[in-house]
Design a protein around this ligand. Structure first.
Ligand code: NAP
Ligand code: ZN
Ligand code: ZN
Length: 350
């Protein structure tokens, strides 16, 4: 067994604290990663605080994992020790249903296996995430990271990146389309970068006036302050697609009104309370609301390769492991520019 240092939530109220546990010895198809960086996603915070229900403790969060391969199982062909590699939001799925076979494993008919706060497929082992020194994962759910990408900046691509890349691709975002990204946080700032890279006219809808300069620097053509009714009215029925990344409980109505004829609002944010929707806002312009969950294994690798070709990474603030509780509080105050990333060297040297 591989002794692994980590930080864990012991219950939904206490601060995260040091924790040690054992990872399995690699099976024939496993890759062992020495974790170098792990991004801090708002989903980590939702689950640590049990905002979606059913959280299991002790919980080692973290699903934006990058590192170096240190060992591989006997059957592994695509990775070797020394390679840069990554693990995202899922570590397994049934592998035989129609969705798994189409590499849409996140929609596995039997349910995907999350990287943490989930039972592995043996039904007994509780998966633990990337706020830790090592992870052992089946190669099907491990990705290659091109040498040109900065590793700390690449970590958030594994969740914030793919979660915004996938719906923008699904909606066919291209030059000539008008796209609004709601919320300039971890997901929002990646959505902005991708929509810009795909050639769309991108607007950033934010509740924080202080983020305007950053939004424009990151590629926004327009900045819309959601608390200013005049600005929201100006863009009514304007967009082909609105990508909603808001983490807090909120009303969908003001954002839905921005959607134009036959357009859609795609939801990726996961507030704990069901949002209110007005049927009239759906009937007008024949609007629709759809959701999107991370991305499958093939699309995740495609996104990482796209980022390497275009030199796209997240804007990050690197923190040592022991600052995680402070980072959570800052995330709740909207004080993140635009993703915290944990440097795991800080835990190894403790
Ligand atoms: P984040 O970095 O905290 O960003 C959330 C943003 O929402 C904030 O930066 C803020 O942007 C905006 N916001 C916060 N409170 C608001 C309010 N009361 N009204 C309007 N806007 C508000 O979080 P994240 O890591 O990007 O995650 C965003 C959400 O996506 C979370 O709920 C997370 O669980 C979910 N998620 C879903 C998937 C998926 O597969 N679908 C994957 C990952 C994460 P402004 O300051 O610009 O308003
Ligand atoms: Zn996430
Ligand atoms: Zn499946």
């Amino acid at each position: 067994m591989i002794l692994t240092k980590a930080y864990a939530a012991y219950d939904q109220k206490s601060p995260l604290a040091p924790y040690q546990f054992e990872r399995r010895e690699p099976r024939p198809h496993d890759v062992v990663l020495d974790i170098l960086y792990c991004g801090v996603c708002h989903s980590d915070l939702h689950q640590v605080r049990d905002e979606w229900g059913g959280s299991m403790y002790p919980m080692v969060p973290g699903h934006e994992i990058v590192g170096k391969v240190i060992r591989v199982g006997s059957e592994v062909k695509n990775f070797k020790p020394g390679d840069r590699a990554a693990v995202g939001v899922m570590i397994d799925s049934c592998r035989h249903c129609a969705n798994c076979q189409s590499h849409l494993e996140q929609y596995c008919e039997e349910g995907m296996t999350g990287t943490y706060n989930a039972y592995e497929r043996d039904g007994v082992t509780i998966a633990q995430g990337g706020y830790s020194t090592t992870i052992v994962t089946d190669e099907r759910y491990v990705f290659r990271i091109a040498g040109s990408l900065d590793l700390a900046g690449a970590a958030p691509l594994l969740c914030a990146g793919i979660t915004t890349f996938s719906p923008l691709r699904f909606a066919g975002v291209k030059p000539g389309m008008k796209v609004a990204i709601v919320g300039l946080g971890g997901l929002g700032h990646m959505g902005l970068k991708f929509a810009h890279a795909f050639g769309a006219e991108v607007s950033l809808v934010s509740s924080s006036a202080s983020k305007e300069a950053d939004a424009r620097r990151l590629g926004a053509h327009n900045f819309i302050l959601s608390t200013d009714e005049r600005q929201m009215k100006k863009y009514r029925s304007y967009f082909d697609m609105v990508l909603n990344t808001v983490s807090a409980n909120h009303d969908y109505a003001p954002y839905l009104k921005l959607v134009g004829m036959n357009g859609r609002m795609m939801v990726v944010g996961l507030p704990s309370k069901a949002p209110h929707v007005e049927p009239f806002d759906l009937l007008t312009n024949r609007r629709s609301i759809t959701g999107s969950m991370i991305g499958g294994t093939a699309e995740t690798q495609e996104m990482l390769d796209f980022c390497a070709a275009k030199n796209i990474v997240a804007d990050v603030e690197v923190i040592p492991m022991h600052k995680i509780n402070e980072a959570y509080e800052r995330m709740l105050r909207n004080d993140v520019r635009y993703r915290f990333v944990i440097d795991l060297a800080s835990l190894k040297n403790q």
